[in-house]
Design a protein around this ligand. Structure first.
Ligand SMILES: Nc1ncnc2c1ncn2[C@@H]1O[C@H](COP(=O)(O)OP(=O)(O)O)[C@@H](O)[C@H]1O
Ligand SMILES: [Mg+2]
Length: 252
């Protein structure tokens, strides 16, 4: 009964028998087939797989955005395990706001706000952090992302790669327990992509965050702690000691 739920050896996020399908009858498409997964505090996990294999669906179900047809997602917050799909919508929303950061494929930035404001607002609204402290933390994070010259620009004045880095900064700045990132480096050249992966790795290893990244990019493999492959909604752990044919095998 008195289990230590904060032990680094117990998962911070557990998926059990997740099933999710879309459509009905002849159009029914099973996107997740009984997916099970354990993620741990301080772990940077990568999910790869072909387009349409169910990666975004799995990320959405794990993060509390899309309800599974069957199965459970158990997340640890500082009070203990939470079965997130048994919570009410508003409790689940609160859980996400308090504990999770997101990077979406389409960036989801507010059109009217500057880069600095995109980050400040997360700290002020989500975390109740005061104006001056929020501004300092937001500005430091943009510096780390090489965006100090873009602080006062709105999304229409930023390139795709800059928007993507602002979106990553917005997820990292509140130092959440969980970060869910869907193709976070897709608009970046590898120099910037590598930097983003290093920031995610730092958040995992130095802040104890659990980070789940969906990507097509095999160059990420050497930087992550664990890699999974999803094919037709079925999940397998990737053995990273065997280089993929035709790649450098991550030897840099
Ligand atoms: N909202 C939706 N409505 C209908 N089908 C969907 C929806 N979202 C995903 N799918 C289907 O589920 C499968 C997995 O999609 P997705 O999770 O987006 O894959 P990935 O992110 O790996 O490209 C695909 O066949 C896709 O067409
Ligand atoms: Mg996707």
């Amino acid at each position: 009964m008195n289990q230590d739920t904060s032990s680094p050896f117990s998962p911070s996020l557990q998926a059990i028998g997740l099933v999710r399908s879309f459509g009905d009858g002849a159009h029914r498409r099973v996107a997740l087939h009984e997916v099970g997964l354990d993620l741990f505090p301080g772990q940077l996990a990568l999910l790869m797989g072909p387009s349409g294999s169910g990666k975004s669906t799995l990320l959405a179900v794990l993060s509390g955005l899309l309800k599974p047809d069957a199965g459970k997602v158990i997340s640890q917050d500082k009070h203990g395990p939470v079965d997130i799909w048994s919570l009410s919508d508003s409790k689940r929303e609160q859980f996400r706001l308090r504990n999770s950061g997101f990077v979406f494929q389409g960036y989801n930035l507010f059109p009217a706000l500057t880069a600095l404001q995109q980050l400040e607002i997360v700290l002020k609204w989500g975390q109740g952090i005061g104006g001056r402290t929020a501004r300092k933390a937001a500005s430091e994070m943009l510096d780390r992302l090489g965006l100090s010259g873009q602080c006062h620009k709105k999304p229409t004045q930023l390139s795709g790669g800059e928007k993507q880095r602002v979106a990553i900064g917005r997820a990292l700045v509140k130092k959440p327990q969980f970060i869910f990132a869907d193709e976070p480096t897709s608009a970046l050249d590898w120099e910037n992509g590598k930097h983003v992966v290093e920031l995610l790795r730092d958040a995992a290893h130095n802040q104890g965050a659990t980070i789940f990244v969906v990507s097509h990019d095999p160059r990420m493999l050497p930087y992550v702690d664990v890699a999974y492959h999803l094919e037709d909604g079925r999940l397998e752990e990737t053995d990273r000691s065997v280089p993929a044919l035709g790649s450098t095998g991550g030897v840099l």
